[in-house]
Design a protein around this ligand. Structure first.
Ligand code: ATP
Length: 386
């Protein structure tokens, strides 16, 4: 097994903008790390640099402390698991798993091959399927065969390039669970690339968020969700997304397009000196005020807002508040959309409501907001001030 160290890695294609820009990251032995970000952020390029399919323009790549920049892919002893699993349809499961061993002609005796393949199959619960062809396997089993190949090679680390992106939502969910269990069982260092934030949040020990080739934050899923370092991470992680409301801060009161929000003094102090801030509020920070226990109320702020419409999802509801932005607010939202690589940010706030809430669209509603949780961002730098 292996630790992988990235030191100031840069990748430039031609003389263009760097696809990977000064990325440094320590991946511990046995760790499961996710590289996530929107299309074009450089995550696949970074993975391909690690495995050796892409030259490194500058910086150092170390495996177990040894610099491997100039080593050929086959000498790095890393195993890549691809999107389509790259299984051979005419070979049995046994032969598919044995394949990497047979490439090294003569290196493994037939008995050794048998032992490695049957051991891997046992670990992956494929023993009963060794005689089948890939066409007769479920998606999950195919994924395990692909993992089996990586295991028999006794690779130091597994590298996954969006392995689930071709699957339908249900299968993706199952496979996600399988990969997570397998990785924990094998405890092999793994680097997993995805643009899917659910995969990022559920699979990894840590998640590295990339934007335009630059590493934004590396943290546990929980920390990323609760303490996003900047607007980009805050907006990228979480569904529905965090709401961003431009606001002026006057004596501890945030004046926003949907009303005044009183925030705790310690939060206000962190944004002292800023005239304008972007308030970041996750939908679940709101509640239907009529359902909030008395003992909890003083931790937050209650205000009235016009609910445009609601969506009932069975276990919860979403309420939408649309507002008319002033030109200044519109400009801030447009800047933010550019920063997030989004087409536009609608002047709206999404709130999560309990399934029991009687709040309905077309009326004013009393909402309670847990003001201890709100984030304040610097609109200029995007930094989370709180
Ligand atoms: P996606 O999720 O769409 O695959 P990504 O985050 O994996 O995106 P990369 O494929 O790593 O992003 O690409 C990062 C940037 O490098 C993009 O701007 C892309 O256009 C550019 N790029 C990637 N490969 C090449 C190449 N061979 N030549 C030139 N530019 C490239």
């Amino acid at each position: 097994m292996a630790s992988i160290t990235l030191k100031n890695l840069v990748k430039k294609y031609g003389d263009g903008f760097p696809a990977v820009n000064d990325v440094s990251l320590d991946i511990a032995d046995g760790e499961f790390i996710i590289l996530v970000g929107p299309s074009g952020c450089g995550k696949s390029t970074l993975l391909r640099m690690i495995v050796g399919l892409e030259d490194i323009t500058s910086g150092d790549l170390l495996i177990n402390g040894v610099r491997v920049n100039d080593k050929a892919p086959r000498d790095r002893n890393l195993a890549m698991v691809f999107q389509n699993y790259a299984l051979y349809p005419h070979l049995t499961v046994y032969e598919n798993i044995a394949f990497p061993l047979r490439l090294n002609k003569g290196k493994y005796k037939e008995e050794e091959v048998r032992k490695l393949v049957t051991d891997a199959a046992a670990t992956l619960e494929l023993t009963d399927h060794l005689d089948r062809k890939p066409a007769n396997l479920s998606g999950g089993q195919r994924q395990r065969v692909a993992m089996g190949r990586a295991i028999v090679r006794q690779a130091d680390a597994f590298l996954f390039d969006e392995p689930l992106s071709n699957l339908d939502a249900k299968l993706r969910g199952q496979m996600r669970a399988e990969i997570a269990q397998m990785q924990r069982r094998l405890a092999t260092t793994s680097v997993y690339v995805t643009h899917d934030q659910t995969e990022a949040m559920t699979l990894g020990d840590r998640v590295a968020v990339l934007k335009k080739g630059v590493l934004q934050q590396v943290a546990s899923p929980r920390e990323l969700y609760e303490q996003p370092i900047n607007l980009f991470v805050a907006g990228f992680i979480g569904s529905p997304s965090m709401n961003f409301l431009p606001a002026t801060l006057e004596n501890g009161v945030l004046k926003t397009s949907v009303g005044d929000i009183h925030i705790p003094e310690d939060k206000a102090a962190k944004a002292a000196g800023k005239k304008v801030v972007l308030v970041g509020i996750r939908p679940e920070f709101f509640e239907d005020a009529s359902l909030v226990e008395e003992s909890k109320r003083h931790h937050g702020s209650t205000f009235t807002a016009p609910i445009t419409h609601t969506e009932w999802l069975g276990n919860e509801q979403y309420g939408y508040i649309h507002f008319d932005p002033t030109p200044e607010v519109r400009e801030l939202l447009d800047n933010l959309a550019r920063d997030m690589d989004a087409d536009e940010l609608r002047p709206q706030v999404v709130v999560t409501l309990d399934a029991a809430s009687r709040i309905r669209g077309g009326r004013d509603a009393e909402l309670w907001l847990d003001t201890r949780k709100v984030h304040l961002f610097d609109p200029e730098t995007g930094e989370n001030l709180t």
